[in-house]
Design a protein around this ligand. Sequence first.
Ligand code: NAD
Length: 351
Amino acid sequence: MPLRFLVTGGAGFIGSAVVRKLIGETRHEVCVVDKLTYAGNLASLEPVVGSSRYRFEQADIGDASRLEAIFAGFKPNIVLHLAAESHVDRSIDGPAAFIETNIVGSFVLLQESLRHYRSLPADEQAEFRFHHISTDEVFGSLGGDGLFREDTAYQPNSPYSASKAASDHLVRAWYHTYGLPMVMTNCSNNYGPYHFPEKLIPLMIINAIEGKPLPVYGNGLNVRDWLYVDDHAEALIAVATEGKLGESYNIGGHNEKTNIEVVKTICAILDELMPDPEGPRERLIRYVTDRPGHDARYAIDASKIGRELGWAPKETFETGLRRTVAWYLANATWWGDTRSGVYRGERLGAA
Ligand code: NAD
């Protein structure tokens, strides 16, 4: 049966991938609620604007009266909560916006979701879900081995991860205290098309295309697990519609890589797809001062979602990265517009 999804942060990187999938591959309806900060981009929703099952509301999740009106008009069955300030480096330079949106904004959204939930007849209450999208960064940093599991203790180290951890706790409390039906997911680093070029992979691809230096933090040996964004979008839809209430699910790509491996792989793919007459792009790599409090390693045990919901990522790191590099080569207009706006590729978060 078609459902109504209210997607906060739907003009962002992951949110827009979910919306493109919901409109393109299902019969569900979507209402995007997005403030359109520097990270929100309506061009990422261009493929769905013609659909009668899609609508857009420019609103701040901290604006209770706007939310109340949107809930009353759209009557969602599912809230997918992705709106957030999401960049660790920006959280070091200016944590206030992270507290405001990720914690206070999530609180306001929970209150309005609860008000809406309580107004529903019993049969609609039975299918309502609030799905909170969070990060593996709430678990802190790992040593050389071990994996984050759903029951790993929270130990956030950056203002960003601390604000996400706080919102996770609020969501959990609204389930246990007020009975708001919720599911939660904590995922690893996403990459793929439509990714704002302040993050490692798109920044490296674009700088390498333009022949600019490729700044690698510290010794380049920090490890992240990489998840292709369309694989993530599929997992989110599965959890939102089939996940067990009150549970959280880890989502990962089974792709642990050091940052320097990531950058060298990007260079190799680009050298193959668009050779540089001046020579291999690895020559552009520069080691720069590390991020303060840079977590050494994140790695995720995503076996629960595989076991319980049958989800597995389709892309390997090699296939996903190849698709991503090809997309950036073919979509210079999209990233050219973002680079000519508020962010021009400068270093952020050096504190
Ligand atoms: P993004 O920064 O690309 O997009 C965030 C979106 O939220 C933007 O469209 C922005 O305009 C909107 N937004 C910000 N503040 C808002 C507010 N107050 N009200 C309404 N809208 C607002 O982020 P993303 O990478 O797509 O991440 C989406 C979610 O997934 C976030 O909650 C993030 O913490 C989480 N997450 C991301 C990653 C990753 O690798 N990108 C990994 C783990 C978890």
